[in-house]
Design a protein around this ligand. Structure first.
Ligand SMILES: [Zn+2]
Length: 207
């Protein structure tokens, strides 16, 4: 992705490929982030947040301030002048500038970072599924540490929070760091008396 592409995603309504392979128009990422800061945010994040609305999302506010501060600092370093307009216009100005290659590379990297951070904040990935009460066949423990954390966890979500195909799941032990992938996962789940079909139906109810 070029700096121009990144700025476009941050500032403009843009097309995003959906799981069905069709492109859909989605709002600018900075618009989404600003909406997340604002009181009474209805939750386009889809994180399943319940209860009364949180007046302000401090994480979104911090991230917005971080992006704005960094962009303005960079502009000052490049041009020796302060940027007098909005963050959105600054990012578009960056994309249109005839930048030295090292600045272009740097801003491309930084703006990709902003996209990742906004995405992670607004659409957090679902946590791994803990296999409570199941003993790790490698180390023989079901829990570890003083807090008795669960050893085994199952990775079954993709980045967008949808369940992956069962053959792509993985299991990890947080205690001994053993891991299983592919076909082994189905065998292990059966050995643990937690067949994949049961998990599929359980997570289907949750999600
Ligand atoms: Zn283990």
């Amino acid at each position: 992705m070029s700096l121009k592409d990144n700025a476009h995603q941050l500032v403009r309504e843009h097309l995003k490929m959906d799981r069905d392979g069709k492109a859909h128009k989605v709002p600018a990422l900075l618009d989404e982030l600003r909406r997340a800061v604002t009181p009474g945010h209805a939750g386009s994040a889809g994180g399943g947040m319940a209860g009364p609305p949180i007046p302000i999302n401090p994480n979104a506010l911090d991230l917005l301030a971080e992006i704005e501060g960094e962009a303005r600092r960079n502009h000052y370093e490049i041009t020796d002048t302060g940027w007098q307009s909005t963050l959105e216009e600054l990012l578009q100005a960056f994309a249109g500038m005839d930048l030295p290659p090292e600045w272009d590379a740097y801003l491309t990297h930084v703006s990709a970072d902003w996209i990742d951070k906004i995405t992670a904040l607004l659409w957090p990935s679902k946590p791994r599924r803990k296999l409570v009460g199941k003993t790790c066949p490698a180390c023989g423990w079901a829990t570890y540490g003083e807090e008795r954390k669960v050893c085994l966890s199952l990775g079954c979500w993709d980045d967008e929070g949808n369940m992956r195909a069962i053959g792509t799941w993985d299991i990890e032990c947080a205690s001994c760091e053993a891991s299983w992938a592919g076909e082994q996962v189905a065998y292990l789940l059966r050995a643990l008396d937690t067949p994949g079909v049961v998990i599929v139906s359980e997570v289907a109810q949750v999600s």
